[in-house]
Design a protein around this ligand. Structure first.
Ligand code: ZN
Length: 155
């Protein structure tokens, strides 16, 4: 069986993918704010997220007031990845409307094209988490495959 068609964000620096199945969700260029918190900890606000399904609109009271939100799930593995701000009742919170929260614990960051080169140079820890669900189609790349890729290019 082939992979389902997955949209991909064109971001040279950094991509955020579903932690479980590796589906592309957004890129760092769509990041609006890093100062959010979700149920699992740190969460980021984005103005563009793809490959997700939204639940029905839910009224939710948060630390910053009452909001109408929709939870968002990965379109391919149905894992919860965050939520979408549909409406904020407080005027000073309305900048969040139409934006998406991704919880960092539910997503994984992988380098875009520019960062692959940078990371190779830095030789920082190649600590790739040992994924729990072993999907071999995970598009995340290890530093080893960067080496291979470079060899391919320079031949
Ligand atoms: Zn997924």
């Amino acid at each position: 069986m082939g992979l389902p068609f997955v949209e991909w964000i064109d971001d040279p620096k950094q991509l955020f993918v579903c932690a479980k199945c590796g589906t592309c969700l957004t890129g760092i260029k769509h990041l609006v704010s890093e100062s959010f918190r979700g149920g699992t900890g740190t969460a980021y606000l984005f103005n563009h997220v793809i490959n997700v399904n939204m639940t029905e609109s839910i009224r939710r009271v948060m630390t910053t007031g009452t909001h109408w939100v929709r939870d968002i799930d990965c379109r391919y593995c149905n894992s919860r990845v965050g939520w979408f701000y549909e409406m904020a009742l407080k005027e000073d919170q309305q900048y969040k409307e139409g934006h998406f929260i991704l919880e960092l614990a539910l997503t994984k960051r992988i380098p875009g094209m520019v960062d692959i080169v940078a990371q190779k140079r830095m030789k920082s820890d190649a600590a790739s988490s040992s994924g729990e669900s072993g999907s071999s189609n995970n598009p995340s790349v290890s530093s080893l495959s960067f080496e291979e890729e470079k060899e391919d290019v320079t031949v």
